[in-house]
Design a protein around this ligand. Structure first.
Ligand code: ADP
Length: 262
């Protein structure tokens, strides 16, 4: 296992997302203090850290939903000035429209949500297939399980075929078995789409299951503490020696041997 630095020249050269000295304060809270990080094109990057260390703030800043006080964020070399179709976001609490069906929610992610041309219809169909919601096209969110709701959230984020997928604890509210299935499905989708993924979680096992690299943040103020390359072949076996070792080292870095969840 490697404890690596983000300043590596090759990573900078292939950077899809470049975060440079980003700071964000809310009154007396320094949510992000001088955060720098590069995410390589096509990388699956997980961000872990204790509650309040600025994970969501960082993700929202990349999404263009929040404006940092200082520093810069570049996506594909261009400064982020607001939300864009090049970045899809998946939220923990699904954020679905309760009055729209599965089809309607997914359609909302398209560039032209009101359009029912054959191309848009075909794209919605393709997304429904991709996330395994065949047969539930006309169901409303209240009729779906947590895992199914999150499949809708993922399909909606994928609708405009973004180059970057930003995921904020997307599986925090689903049961462990469903979470395992969603991990496998997400990795399949990532392999197919070759997107750059930034995935926030407080669950180290989840991060080591998914990531090419795990970024560990520290709190008060929110900073990037260190990064770990996860050089384990996928699919990963949680009981393997390598897996357990990576989890233990990240846990040690976070400074809470028993439970780092909060
Ligand atoms: P995390 O996602 O790691 O739990 P957040 O990014 O949500 O952390 O929050 C980082 C810090 O900033 C926390 O102390 C939080 O209370 C504070 N914070 C986040 N958003 C706001 C806001 N809109 N107003 C005031 N404080 C905020």
């Amino acid at each position: 296992m490697a404890l690596s630095s983000d300043s590596s020249t090759s990573r900078e050269a292939r950077a899809k997302i470049t975060i440079q000295n980003v700071s964000r304060s809310y009154e007396s809270t320094r949510a992000l203090a001088d955060v720098s990080l590069s995410v390589t094109e096509g990388e699956f990057c997980c961000v872990v850290g204790p509650s309040g260390c600025g994970k969501t703030t960082l993700l929202r800043a990349i999404a263009g939903l929040d404006d940092p006080d200082g520093g810069s964020i570049l996506v594909g070399g261009d400064p982020v000035t607001g939300p864009g179709l090049d970045r899809g976001m998946v939220f923990q609490e699904y954020a679905l429209f309760p009055w729209r069906t599965v089809r309607g929610n997914i359609r909302f992610g398209l560039d032209r949500p009101a359009c029912d041309c054959p191309d848009c219809e075909a794209r919605v169909r393709e997304l429904i297939d991709l996330v395994g919601l065949d047969g539930f096209e006309d169901a409303y969110p209240k009729e779906l399980s947590g895992g199914m709701k999150q499949r809708v959230g993922i399909a909606r984020a994928l609708a405009p075929d973004p180059e970057i997928l930003l995921m904020d604890e997307p599986f925090g509210s689903v049961d462990a078995r469903t979470r395992g299935r969603l991990h496998a499905e997400l990795l399949d989708i990532w392999t197919q789409t070759e997107q750059t993924v930034v995935f926030v979680t407080h669950d180290i096992d989840e991060a080591v299951t998914l990531a090419d690299r795990v970024v560990v943040m520290g709190a008060d103020p929110g900073t990037v503490q260190s990064t770990f390359s996860i050089d384990i072949e996928r699919p990963r076996e949680r009981t393997s020696r390598d897996f357990v070792d990576h989890v233990a080292r990240i846990r040690e870095e976070l400074g809470s041997p028993a439970d780092t969840s909060h």
